[in-house]
Write a protein that binds this ligand. Structure first.
Ligand SMILES: Cc1ncc(COP(=O)(O)O)c(C=O)c1O
Length: 424
């Protein structure tokens, strides 16, 4: 862990030093032109493919460099980290390479795919502890463990070595851009705790001051945005944990200072938009991006006028997507697009009622994909949770009109998020 303190700004030299070490350890990932996204957004879009990194995310960079900078005799005793999954994989991979013990704390909500990968990369060197619901809870437990056992904590983002390590990917981007004579107008980076964007922006502003560095945060955990508005890191009361790599309640002190100094703007992206982007990246470009990994591309629709005609680099920061999450991703995407709807409807409990509903309420191509009585009643009518996937978006108007005739008291769960969370 570096002796970093609030107010310390990362320098180009520090990022280049990190690159000097990491270029012999990690993959130099490709900077790929995306013909599909370029056409879609009327600009030149390039993807920095950190999903192709050894541990399928950029996190190996900061983890390795922070551990590398820990004195050998200290790290031999053991290192500790807290992570939503990807930093853990970087730490586990490094612990195995350097043959040192690592104790790794992850929230209980970490997708299984990530837990399994940590075991695989760390092998006998890694001990995993699943604690708490959020990254912040896992981190508190990790701090206590470090204190109790006098071990060294490897910070996931709020540390100059970690930030410099993450920034090494920007050295690769600008080296590759130079070879292709590319002038990068904008660089979009996901933001969780802020380590990646700190390293990337510090380097970018030193070598290409006119390149706009834009941070993309999930709408449900926009903690850097809150920090910018508050004038200091502040804690979000609740977060949506869906974008597990970037769902952080409080950004770091150092990452806040660096982002404030070097980042040109922040955008927040709805989780549903991120889901649509994951599916689009997969089907159109054969890129497997995890939610945080898709954030930068998911930010493009919101930046459309700003990037028209420009050269834009999006950081695909990770590809550790648990296949078991695909159904949820598809569902959230459909809901966001307005194609999947959920209603609570008083349904007559008599033969033929469902047939009537299908023939008189639904439109051509609409499909019922959920039908559940939510409580048993003997009054001839019972509340039913109905999921409808629309045949086409224009079916929405006639459907809700018919529904109002069928049951004037029906509820559209999109208008009642607590009910939605309870029932769907
Ligand atoms: C895939 C991925 N993207 C982005 C981030 C956010 O990085 P940072 O916390 O450095 O802002 C993370 C963090 O774990 C991640 O795993």
């Amino acid at each position: 862990m570096s002796d970093s303190k609030p107010g310390d700004l990362l320098t180009k030299q520090q990022v280049e030093d990190a690159y000097g070490v990491l270029k012999n350890v990690v993959k130099h990932t490709p900077l790929e032109y995306s013909a599909y996204l370029s056409q879609k957004f009327n600009s030149q879009v390039y993807l920095k493919r950190e999903d192709l990194q050894q541990v399928r995310s950029f996190k190996i960079r900061g983890a390795y460099y922070a551990i590398y900078n820990t004195p050998a005799e200290v790290r031999k005793r053991g290192i500790v980290c807290a992570s939503a999954g990807n930093h853990a994989q970087g730490v586990a991979w490094t612990a195995h390479q350097l043959d040192i013990p690592a104790v790794i704390f992850m929230p209980t909500t970490t997708p299984n795919q990530k837990v399994d990968q940590v075991k695989f990369f760390g092998q006998e060197n890694a001990t995993i502890k699943l604690v708490g619901d959020t990254f912040d809870a896992a981190q508190t437990a990790a701090f206590e463990y470090c204190h109790e056992h006098e071990l060294t904590f490897i910070p996931p983002f709020d540390d100059l070595h970690t930030m410099a390590g993450q920034g090494s990917l920007a050295v690769e981007i600008f080296d590759d851009a130079k070879k292709e004579d590319l002038n990068i107008d904008a660089l979009i980076s996901p933001v969780g705790g802020g380590g990646l964007i700190s390293g990337v922006s510090a380097y970018t502003k030193a070598v290409s001051p006119n390149t706009q560095v834009i941070g993309a945060e999930p709408a449900g955990s926009a903690s850097m945005d809150l920090a910018f508005k508050s004038g200091h890191p502040a804690t979000l009361a609740t977060i949506d944990k869906f974008v597990d790599g970037a769902a952080v309640k409080t950004v770091g002190e150092l990452t806040y200072e660096n982002a404030k100094a070097y980042v040109d703007g922040l955008v927040t992206v709805p989780e549903g938009q991120i889901c649509t982007t994951i599916l689009d990246l997969y089907s159109k470009s054969a890129v497997v991006a995890e939610p945080a990994g898709a954030l930068s591309v998911a930010a493009l629709p919101g930046l459309r006028p700003k990037i028209a005609g420009k050269t834009v680099v999006c950081l695909i920061s990770g590809g550790n997507n648990d296949i078991n999450r695909m159904q949820e991703i598809q569902e959230r995407s459909l809901i966001y697009e307005g194609k999947q709807l959920y209603f609570l409807v008083n349904f007559p409990q008599r033969p033929g009622a469902l047939k009537y509903f299908v023939n008189h309420v639904l439109q051509d191509g609409d499909d019922i994909n959920r039908f559940e009585y939510t409580k048993r009643v003997n009054r001839g009518k019972g509340p039913v949770l109905i999921g409808v996937q629309l045949g086409k978006l224009s079916n929405h108007g006639p459907l809700v009109q018919n529904l109002a005739e069928f049951d004037p008291e029906y509820l559209n769960l999109a208008d009642n998020l607590s009910l939605f969370d309870m029932l769907v």
